[in-house]
Write a protein that binds this ligand. Sequence first.
Ligand SMILES: CC(C)(COP(=O)(O)OP(=O)(O)OC[C@H]1O[C@@H](n2cnc3c(N)ncnc32)[C@H](O)[C@@H]1OP(=O)(O)O)[C@@H](O)C(=O)NCCC(=O)NCCS
Length: 166
Amino acid sequence: MGALSGPLHGGAPSRALDTLDAIGTPDRIDSWIRERVLAGDRIMGFGHPVYRTEDPRSRMLREIAQGFGGPRAEFAVEVERRVEAILAELKPGRELHTNVEFYAGVVMELCGLPREMFTPTFAAARVVGWSANILEQAQDSKIIRPVARYVGPGAPVTVPTAVTAA
Ligand SMILES: CC(C)(COP(=O)(O)OP(=O)(O)OC[C@H]1O[C@@H](n2cnc3c(N)ncnc32)[C@H](O)[C@@H]1OP(=O)(O)O)[C@@H](O)C(=O)NCCC(=O)NCCS
């Protein structure tokens, strides 16, 4: 649950909507996105730590958003199209596509949920899976030992001091 806190994971759907609001109109998409990417900012709702292709959940949620129809859904589709093209140009080889958060925000808004309820709703939907994990864990009650692999610099090597004979 703690991993859902913060702007880059659980907070992403509402921030993706903030992005749509900040862009405002289709003629501003390119300049707004370019400026942010060139300044080193991340565009909310794009990129994924694992998927290097379109997040399949994003495709399903886009269809649901388009099923609702209306200017918000149409604008989101246009922003997605332009952001993907701009990221492909400015960040070649990174394969940045929409993640589940982009259209999740659009769909939750179209369902009438207030933005501050997005993360709790997302969390509530996962409670079933989390509970299943707890039940599985309880059946085989072993201590979980996450694997940790050190990837930092090696230990410093002491350089022997030269001793010159008198
Ligand atoms: C989800 C996320 C944290 C995954 O990051 P990651 O796989 O660790 O990718 P990296 O941080 O290694 O980024 C790889 C490159 O792509 C760029 N990049 C990644 N996501 C980006 C985004 N949304 N917008 C612009 N550039 C992005 C990074 O700046 C980096 O560029 P560089 O190689 O020039 O430094 C990242 O894509 C992100 O911050 N997305 C926006 C937040 C979001 O939508 N979160 C919901 C996730 S489900």
